[in-house]
Structure formats: C-alpha cells, structure tokens
Write a protein that binds this ligand. Structure first.
Ligand code: ADP
Ligand code: MG
Length: 283
C-alpha cells in the first residue's frame, strides 16, 4: 500500500441555522479515491473552494471521512490511537508563516516540535541543524523570525516540520502570501526535500506554474478529482483546465492559440523559454 491511500472518501459540511436545521450542504470531498507512493512529489491543483484544504486536513486526521477510508502510512485516520502517529508521519505547512512560527529565535522555533515529543536535547540540536541546512537557513539560527522575509519565514516553518522527521509533508498553498522571490525559494526547498531527503511531498496550490516539478498532478473541482497525470499531460488539456477555473501559464495559452491557427506547436509547452525554442524551430 502507498504512503497515502484514499478510498471513496466523502466529506460534507453542513451549515445550520439557529434552530439547528441544516440550511446548506457542501460536498467538499465527493467520492475521492487516489494512492500516493512513498517518495513521490504530488501537486494538487484547484481553484478556491474546490476542496483542497479539506483534503489536506484529512491527510493529517484533522478531519475524518464520513464515508470511505483514508490510510496514512497504512493507518486508518478514523482510529483514535492512530492520530498521533499519523501527525508524526505527515507534517503540515500552511499558508501564513506568521501563524506557524512560535519561537523568538529561529533555532528555538525549529526545535520546538521535537522538544514537545520528548526528543533528547542532544538529538534536538542535531535535528535543528540538519533541518535548517535542508531548507538553506543554517546561517540564520540565531535570527529573530520577525526580521526575516516571507520566503525565509516559510522555510523556517518547513524546517520545523522537517525536524519531526516526517515521511510526508503536506503544504497547503505555502506560497500564496509570498512575493515571487519567496515563492521561488520555497518551491526550490520543497524540490530538494523530495530529491535529497526522499520526503514524499503533497503540494497544494492554485498556481499552475508551481506544479511543473511534480511527478504527478491531481486537479480538483467541486470536491472531485477531475484529472490525474504528469504536469505535461495535464497542461495539454487547456480547455478542461479553464473549465475547472484555473489560469493557464501564459506560454501554454499562446501555444494553444497558435495550434488552433494550425501552427504545429507541442502541447507540452509550459515555460516562456520552451515557447521561444519551439517557435524558433518552426521552418
Ligand atoms: P479550497 O482549499 O480548495 O479553497 P476548501 O476545502 O477550503 O477548498 O473548501 C471546499 C468547500 O467547502 C467550499 O465550498 C467551502 O466553502 C466549504 N467549506 C470549507 N470549510 C468549511 C466549514 N468549516 N464549514 C462549512 N463549509 C466549509
Ligand atoms: Mg484552501
């Protein structure tokens, strides 16, 4: 079984009025099934309200499915005794780094999680050092987190999760509040954690350009997984992506329009460089 296995998971939210009557039902996970293998880098794409955060919360047992089953590292998220080991196995990073940083200096913040679970002091320092190196923040050990840029703060938050030695990290729109430089730093860090540390990555985003490096992409819409494939396979399905409310990378869009006019360009163009290269090779 993969590190994550989701079988026909359903999650409905009920909004009630003052009398407790259900006034609205939202099916945020609608019969979702998927499997993720250890070591994969997965992206989950979808516009606002498509169910991505609900899905993320299920992978961390913050929510449990009303129908179906979810296994994280072979553990059923519905079983009380599994909650703690699941959270150790699957770390979460959220949108706003300011809500995730608690320490007054960087190393203290990164060591907080391991300390909390009773890791011996010597090992805490080893973990802090290794985690800060893994996110490229080893020279900021003694810095005050509130003096850091958004991208640096988010990398410290990621280091805090890495220090817990999770098998899998789920990042829910980790770049949404960052400037372009911060976004690049965070995406680079995530790639390295996957390539060098072999940590399974689940990157949730509504930004198409960020999913380029992942092995597989799942596209969500109205609580369902509507597409599943490599980034290039997904990007070639421009019309479906637009219907799912997603913004297409500019280069992909231009190639798509040119193809409609009969110009033979590849359906796998994502970056500006690839577009320029392909146009230059037209004879
Ligand atoms: P995303 O992360 O893709 O924006 P969410 O998982 O946050 O999507 O939300 C999916 C749907 O569930 C949306 O329609 C949202 O309004 C609804 N929803 C999310 N959280 C709650 C909640 N706590 N109570 C009621 N409805 C909710
Ligand atoms: Mg969300």
């Amino acid at each position: 079984m993969g590190i994550i296995k989701v079988i026909n998971a359903v999650h409905e939210y009920f909004r009630r009025n003052q009398n407790g009557d259900v006034v609205e039902e939202v099916c945020a996970l609608d019969d979702v099934s998927l499997e993720i293998e250890e070591g994969e880098f997965i992206s989950i794409l979808g516009h606002n309200g498509s169910g991505k955060s609900t899905f993320a919360k299920h992978l961390n047992a913050l929510l449990t499915p009303q129908e179906g089953v979810i296994y994280v590292n072979k553990m059923d998220t519905r079983e009380e005794k599994n909650i703690f080991p699941i959270r150790e196995n699957a770390g979460m990073v959220f949108q706003n780094p300011d809500n995730q940083i608690i320490g007054t200096i960087v190393e203290e913040d990164v060591g907080f999680g391991p300390e909390n679970i009773g890791v011996p002091t010597k090992e805490i320092w080893e973990r802090v050092e290794k985690s800060l190196k893994a996110v490229g923040m080893e020279f900021y050990r003694e810095a005050s987190p509130n003096k850091l840029s958004g991208g640096q703060k988010q990398r410290v938050a990621i280091a805090g999760v890495v220090a817990m030695r999770p098998k899998c990290i789920i990042l829910d729109e980790p770049t949404a509040m960052l400037d372009p430089k911060g976004r690049k730093e965070v995406i680079k860090t995530i790639r390295e954690l996957n390539e060098k540390e072999k940590i399974t990555i689940i990157l949730i985003t509504h930004n198409m350009e960020e999913v380029v490096y992942s092995h597989r992409v799942f596209v969500m819409n109205h609580g369902k997984i509507i597409m599943n494939g490599t980034p290039r396979e997904i990007f070639s399905r421009v019309e479906e992506l637009k219907e799912a409310g997603l913004t297409i990378p500019v280069a992909t869009e231009i190639a798509f329009e040119l193809r409609k006019k009969g110009i033979p360009l590849s359906t796998s163009i994502i970056t500006r460089e690839e577009l320029v290269e392909a146009i230059c090779q037209l004879s």
